[in-house]
Write a new protein. Structure first.
Length: 369
């Protein structure tokens, strides 16, 4: 029988669900052991901040419990008032970053409130099977679902909404993506296998948006997601974004919203892009240790000026700030950084070191002799 649930989801999504055998077929002999594990409930926070966590695991594996609520809402994405018909995890673009340790179980309750208009799900690149969990998490408005998966690989991984067909890229470029970081149980290591610890962590999610224009070249506004879909899809097909931004909007991480650190602090920067390649660069700094591919089983590269994040992935870079001042963190496609919005700032306090840099002579007239 064709149910109301199938009608809301669409035939393709219903077929995806139908392809998954009953859960009893996957009965886990270790279910009782998992039930006996310690459970830890974590409250997620909006990026660029990350919830409190241990860098080195204490004790054995745990079941780490998260809850995320999906919110469809208009989002202003630049200082001209351009509005994206946004789709978000927990109300933020990008969605919150989750942190667990290798061997832990991630247990997510995904809530799709009745105030939303569309079905949604979540595909974890860190998960194994069932389309990254996407086939087991498709929820209509007014429903919630609980998914558990084992974090078997250490690294930074993208998650995103992936309902069906053209809905997948539309939901992603409307804001529905985030990152989970799976730390090694004994923490991060340098290329020699020596422990590394960070003082702070910031999460930067890069987004490409595709806002339709009217006949006069002005960005259009829409009453609803459904009204915007056809026009947005045409802009998406051009593969030419109108906005490339960090954390959901041009200027979201600059000025009063700049990320803050002090000279001597080692900062971990996690950078994700769910849809396009990007090239982060810290102007005035470097990547002391960089996991470009985001996988901690591999030794980090050292002393990088610019690193490469593949579309559909998240990478991580560590840098110890050595000078005070404002550092610009950019996508080093500088057209996208300057014209389309992919720029963030770090505001660093501390004492200046003349040995590292000094203006030997101030600007002045060119001598004539």
């Amino acid at each position: 029988m064709f149910t109301r649930r199938q009608a809301l989801m669409g035939a393709a999504a219903a077929a995806m669900l139908a392809a998954i055998p009953p859960m009893a077929a996957f009965a886990n002999e270790n279910e009782a052991e998992i039930a006996a594990l310690p459970r830890e409930r974590v409250t997620l926070v909006a990026p660029p901040f990350v919830h409190a966590h241990e860098q080195v695991a204490i004790g054995g594996p745990k079941v780490i419990q998260f809850t995320m609520s999906i919110e469809e809402k208009p989002v202003v994405i630049d200082d001209e008032g351009t509005v994206l018909q946004g789709m978000t995890f927990d109300g933020s673009i990008p969605g919150p970053m989750m942190v667990v340790h290798e061997g832990d179980y991630v247990e997510l309750t995904l809530v799709n409130p009745g105030s939303n208009a569309m079905p949604h799900n979540i595909d974890f690149h860190a998960a194994t099977g069932a389309l990254g969990g996407g086939a087991l998490t498709l929820v209509n408005p007014g429903e919630q679902v609980k998914l558990r998966f084992k974090a078997t690989r250490a690294g930074t991984f993208v998650y995103h909404c992936a309902p069906e067909g053209p809905m997948i890229p539309w939901h992603v470029v409307s804001g529905m993506a985030g990152t989970i970081m799976v730390l090694p149980r004994d923490g991060l290591k340098n290329e020699k296998g020596e422990p590394i610890t960070y003082d702070k962590v910031f999460y930067i999610g890069e987004n490409d948006f595709y806002i339709p224009r009217d006949e006069d070249g002005n960005f259009k506004a829409y009453e609803s997601h459904g009204d915007s879909y056809a026009d947005t899809l045409e802009v998406m097909k051009s593969l030419t974004p109108t906005h490339v931004v960090f954390n959901g909007a041009k200027g979201a991480l600059t000025g009063d919203n700049a990320m803050r650190a002090r000279v001597g602090e080692m900062v971990l920067i996690v950078h994700s892009q769910a849809n396009r390649d990007t090239r982060p660069h810290l102007i005035g700094g470097h990547g002391d240790y960089v996991w470009e591919k985001g996988k901690f089983a591999n030794p980090p590269a050292k002393d990088l000026e610019t690193w490469f994040i593949r579309g559909g992935s998240a990478g991580a870079a560590l840098y110890t700030f050595l000078q005070p001042g404002v550092y610009a963190y950019v996508n080093h496609n500088l057209i996208e950084a300057v014209e389309l919005g992919a720029t963030a700032h770090f505001l660093v306090e501390g004492e200046w070191n003349d040995d590292l840099m000094k203006q030997v002579e101030a600007p002045g007239p060119i001598p004539t002799h």
